[in-house]
Ligand binder design. Structure first.
Ligand SMILES: [Fe+2]
Ligand SMILES: [Fe+2]
Length: 305
């Protein structure tokens, strides 16, 4: 059962665990390209038998870059959405606005952190790696949906990142310690975001009719389909990046196999593991059992590794 902490308590915790960018970046805190960055659960390099161990490691790094770059993208619309919610004058709790502003400020800081790490990555890796975009257009498309649907999408992503760190990163001893430290510090602050977004969703749901909730779930699936199309595009960009990095073109069959495996891996990472997250589903069930059941059912279409 999820404990329901209020805005005041979550703001206090956020302030206590808050870190500074300079705590995580700088001398002695460099990425070690001899180690994998992303857990195999997400990177899925092993099924690609036509790649050498060194090439699989390069693909792991490309996927890890994409992981941070996609979080940076997601956080762009999270900042815009949560800042808008902080300005909602109808909410009586005096701690709501400062708690949500703090949330948005932390996401902005995460964007800066990931931006700095991506620049370091690009200098060291040497091969440019593409990411879907443009950011503004993607954010505009997502934020064109109603606030209830957007808050459901963000809640799924917040709980997803919690699940990723605790389930696949925290106890993984193979990963580069610096990359792991970035994800750990991200998780420390995201823990409050997931709970705050739950409160935002509940406040929006209280003002909504059952029909509005049904419509919001439909829109949530539309956001999911939009992201899904973006992830398929991202797998193609990752293929180009890999071929450039390893200095050879894969055969037609190898490219097809790459896209099959990597599209599935990206979909699992960003959609399946969000839609099937038990904490996310528990919050959804608290506003509508039917909504939670529909999302849980849809999560089954994504194959876990
Ligand atoms: Fe974040
Ligand atoms: Fe977040």
């Amino acid at each position: 059962m999820l404990s329901l902490q209020g805005y005041r308590q979550l703001l206090e915790t956020s302030r206590r665990v808050n870190w500074r960018l300079q705590d995580l970046l700088g001398e002695g805190r460099r990425l070690d390209f001899r180690r994998p960055f992303l857990p195999e659960t997400f990177a899925q390099t092993q099924p690609l038998g036509f790649l050498s161990p060194a090439e699989k490691l390069q693909l792991n790094h490309i996927r890890a870059r994409g992981y941070l770059a996609l979080f940076e993208l997601v956080e762009t619309f999270v900042v815009q959405f949560i800042s808008g919610q902080a300005d909602d004058a109808e909410q009586p709790d005096a701690f709501r606005a400062p708690a949500l502003r703090h949330f948005a400020d932390e996401e902005q800081k995460h964007r800066e952190l990931f931006g700095a790490v991506l620049r370091e990555f690009d200098r060291e890796f040497g091969t440019p790696c593409g990411r879907i975009g443009p950011t503004d257009e993607i954010c505009r498309a997502i934020l064109s949906h109603g606030p209830l649907a957007v808050s459901i999408a963000i809640l799924g992503l917040e709980w997803m990142s919690q699940g990723h760190y605790l389930g696949s990163v925290k106890d993984n001893q193979d990963l580069d310690p610096q990359f792991k430290s970035l994800l750990k510090h991200h998780w420390i602050e995201e823990a409050q975001h997931a709970k705050l977004d739950g409160l935002v969703l509940k406040a929006l749901a209280e003002r909504s009719s059952p029909a509005d909730v049904v419509a919001a779930i439909q829109e949530y699936f539309e956001i999911g389909a939009f992201l899904d199309a973006g992830l398929q595009q991202q797998a193609g960009l990752d293929l180009e990046s890999l071929q450039a990095a390893i200095g050879r073109r894969l055969s037609h069959d190898e490219r097809q196999q790459f896209l099959d495996i990597q599209q599935g891996a990206l979909r699992w990472t960003f959609l399946g593991s969000a839609m099937g997250n038990p904490n996310f589903l528990a919050v959804l069930a608290s506003i509508s059992d039917d909504a939670a059941a529909r999302v849980q059912q849809a999560a089954k279409s994504f194959t876990p590794p």
